[in-house]
Each structure stands twice: as C-alpha cells, then as structure tokens.
Ligand binder design. Structure first.
Ligand code: HPA
Length: 272
C-alpha cells in the first residue's frame, strides 16, 4: 500500500491525519495533490459507516505536505485490531513524522460539555487483541505516550486562535453499540475522560513504531447516565458538523506550528 502510494508521488509526507466520524469536511481547505478512493488502493479496507467517505488525499495544507485519510474502517465493521491500526502502519511505512487522529467521542468526565474538544494525553486499551499485541508489542515493554511536543503545539494553536480544549484520557470501546450504563461506570473508573470506538489501535501502533502521535476528540454526546438515554449516530454527525469550524481553526493553526511543519529542515521528530 505504501509502495503503491510512493509510485504515485506520495514521498515522505510530514504526517498523516485521520478524519473520523463527521470530521471529513475538515480537509476541504487543503490543496489536493492526489486523491484516491480506498477501494482503489491495495490493502486499504473500504468504509461502510455514514460520515466516513473513504478517500485518501495527498495534500498541501497550510504549507504542510501530508496524507489525509478521510474516514475510517472500524473494529465494529468486522476488522481486527491490527487492521484498525493500519493508519499507524501506513504512517510509519511512508516515513511520516507524526500521526494526528481525530474522532467523535462520548464525554465521560463531568466537566465536559457537548461540542468540547479534548486532546489525548493518554489512552485506555482494554482489548488484549492477539494479532495486534503480537505484532505491535513484541519488541516493547511499554507504550510511548502521546507526543508532548505535539500537545504543546496544540496549546500554542489554541491560544493563538482562541479555541479552548481540555486534555484527557481516551478510552476505546469496540462498538457498534454505545455503552451501557454499567460499561460507562467501568470507563469512568478507568480514569478516562472520553470514549470512542477508534483511534487507540492506530495511535499505539504509530507510537510503538517511533512516531509522534496526537489525537483530538470532539465530544458529540455525554455518555448516558440512565438506561433510557439513547445516542444516535446521525446526532453524533450533526453535533460534529456544528463544532467543525472551531476544530478546523485549531487544527489549521496547529499545522502552521513550526514543530508540526518541521520548517527548520531538521528531523524534529521520531524516526531515526
Ligand atoms: N461512545 C463511544 N463512541 C462514541 C460515542 C460514545 O458515547 N459518541 C461518539 N462516539
């Protein structure tokens, strides 16, 4: 898959961005160099969830050449955790310096409100997924943290464009159902601030491979406190649509940061 992209001119992009549920409009301001449907790229799964168009874009975005995966495939669509980690593997194979994941998430921490943005400092991965663990973790005894350099770039970007966000812990559940109140109790006890159905496999893979990773969640709902509360995917997409302008200001400014651009020409991140 990386070779196929290299043959089409995708040579050492600075980073790879994954746009999750409802985030796809974010890439509209990027200048495309090449755009391919996942279905035409060897090794990339197709997407079936509404709000996940399934397009890979090679773009220049605020001066940064990067790859954008517009839409995800998920474990709840029948993929393994290793397949869910493919964006991290692809970022590594393309020699990207960083991976930025975005997702829709349920707000667990009591201070969160619908529409809030949360930048991940850490994550909770409850799944001892065989293929994933064997392939990703055999050479490592611990998972590197999310990149402080990229987090600091978010602090600078947020201050510059006056977009508030909080930092917290991202938990992943497999879906496709939203969590039961009992599961919410477990997630809350784990210390997670937000819960999503994605991101953690790709991010862990990238971190284990030596890339810098960041993740931004948009809180599309608060996790249900009563068994009667219902969350719907179309409402998740609608809320994300309303928060996208704010998220775009933050991420576009983040792309302009010199740590993210590596404007100085030195390899400021990761890969040896
Ligand atoms: N749980 C899991 N994933 C989600 C949620 C949620 O409440 N909202 C959006 N994605």
């Amino acid at each position: 898959m990386a070779e196929w992209l290299r043959e089409r001119g995708v040579i050492e992009p600075a980073g790879l961005i994954v746009l999750g549920s409802g985030w796809s409009g974010l890439a509209e301001t990027a200048e495309p160099i090449g755009v391919w449907d996942y279905s035409g790229i060897p090794g990339l799964p197709e997407t079936t969830t509404p709000g996940h168009p399934g397009r890979l874009m090679h773009v220049v975005w605020h001066g940064v050449t990067c790859v954008v995966l517009v839409g995800r495939w998920h474990v709840y669509e029948g993929h393994t955790f290793a397949e869910a980690a493919l964006p991290g593997m692809l970022a590594h194979a393309l020699r990207c310096r960083w991976l930025l994941s975005t997702n829709a998430a349920g707000g667990v921490a009591s201070h969160l409100r619908v529409g809030d943005l949360v930048v991940a400092e850490d994550d909770v991965f409850l799944w001892n997924a065989k293929g994933f663990r064997q392939r990703a973790e055999e050479r490592f005894s611990h998972v590197p943290r999310y990149s402080e350099l990229l987090e600091n770039a978010f602090d600078r970007a947020g201050n510059a464009v006056n977009v508030r966000f909080s930092k917290g812990v991202l938990a992943m559940m497999t879906g496709p159902c939203y969590e039961t109140p009992a599961e919410v109790g477990m997630i809350r006890a784990s210390g997670a601030s937000v819960v999503s159905m994605s991101t953690v496999p790709e991010s862990r893979w990238a971190r284990l491979a030596g890339l810098n990773a960041a993740a931004v969640s948009c809180v599309t709902n608060l996790v249900p406190s009563s068994p009667l509360a219902r969350i719907r995917h179309d409402e998740v997409l609608e809320v994300l649509g309303m928060s996208l302008a704010k998220a775009a200001r933050l991420i576009e400014r983040w792309l302009e940061d010199e740590y993210v651009r590596c404007a100085s020409g030195r390899r400021c991140y990761g890969l040896a």
